[in-house]
Design a protein around this ligand. Structure first.
Ligand SMILES: [Zn+2]
Length: 171
């Protein structure tokens, strides 16, 4: 009987040992797209793009009654993001860029990228998500490149401190 209990306890400890590292690494960020007007679907798409590329953080729609980490709005200005810390802030899906023809999923993933700790890097390259408006309007790449995804994983893996900042698509 005692042996059986000890064995059960050992199994429990081993199970915890397996479960803890993987679970502890993932940070869930809740976003509220309810005020994103006609862009709700593309906001969800932007979140899913990141979820497919990174492992240390997940973007999920905020459950009712819970305070979101991220709020998303829409207006006629440029797309822009206001961060308060790593994983927290709000951003606008701005029609100024949408009307110029910039690819909406790329805008959404880019602005989420700022919330995830990435600054603008205006390289002009379509392969870079954080090149934003410096890439041609015709650019339809909405995925972070390997370096951008790795940077986000590292930031959330080590919980780096990110200073508050404002990022504007263009203008
Ligand atoms: Zn930007």
């Amino acid at each position: 009987m005692l042996l059986r209990r000890v064995a059960a306890a050992l199994v429990f400890v081993f199970a915890l040992g397996w479960a803890t590292p993987a679970n502890a690494a993932v940070r869930v960020l809740y976003y509220d797209a309810s005020q994103a007007q006609e862009f709700v679907a593309v906001v969800n798409q932007g979140a899913q793009i990141w979820n497919a590329k990174v492992t240390n953080v997940r973007l999920e729609p905020v459950p009712s009654g819970r305070t979101p980490n991220i709020r998303v709005y829409a207006d006629n200005g440029w797309p822009r993001t206001y961060t308060s810390s790593l994983g927290n802030g709000y951003w606008y899906m701005g029609r100024e860029a949408v009307n110029q023809g910039y690819y909406k999923p790329r805008i959404a993933a880019h602005e989420f990228g700022h919330i995830l700790g990435l600054p603008d890097r205006r390289t002009g390259l379509c392969a870079d998500l954080m090149s934003g408006s410096s890439a041609p309007v015709s650019c339809t790449n909405a995925n972070p490149n390997a370096t951008e995804a790795a940077t986000v994983n590292r930031s959330f893996g080590t919980s780096v401190t990110v200073a508050p900042a404002t990022y504007v698509w263009a203008g």
